[in-house]
Write a protein that binds this ligand. Structure first.
Ligand code: THU
Length: 137
């Protein structure tokens, strides 16, 4: 696992949040993460007039991870455009779990230690809960 440069991730999350498209909620969100190869990725939220189709910053982060060649996410920071840390929403916790697992470290801001995803999403449903390919009806 790479050494986590939390300050860098926080800065990147904030920079990304500044590019967020949030005309409806007014909350611009950025997410930054590092995978197990040390690649650093980021994204921002993109809202939609339908409201329900809004893409959270973490959704874009997962897309960026896949587009950059994949790997497992090791650490993630999420913040608004003022640099205030945000906790991933429930749906995004599930998305993060698929690509980082329960040991993924989630930033809590500079004043507190990061938390593992399995603390934020206990007893998570995951790929291992699906039947094996050959066993599908
Ligand atoms: N948002 C995120 O980007 N990530 C989260 O984990 C929580 C919420 C965005 C979605 C919407 O554009 C705005 O924050 C307000 O909910």
């Amino acid at each position: 696992m790479p050494m986590i440069d939390w300050e860098r991730l926080r800065r990147l999350a904030q920079d990304s949040a500044r590019r967020g498209y949030a005309p409806y909620s007014g909350l611009k969100v950025g997410a930054a993460g590092v995978n197990d190869r040390g690649d650093v990725l980021s994204s921002c939220n993109v809202e939609n007039a339908s409201l329900g189709l809004t893409l959270c910053a973490e959704c874009g982060l997962i897309s960026a991870l896949a587009a950059s060649g994949g790997g497992r996410l090791a650490a993630v920071a999420v913040s608004d455009d003022g640099g205030n840390p945000l906790s991933p929403c429930g749906r995004c916790r599930q998305l993060l779990h698929e690509h980082g697992g329960g040991d993924l470290l989630v930033d809590s801001g500079s004043g507190a230690p990061p938390r593992r995803l399995n603390e934020l999403l206990p007893s998570a449903f995951g790929p291992g809960d699906l039947p094996a390919k050959g066993a599908r009806q």
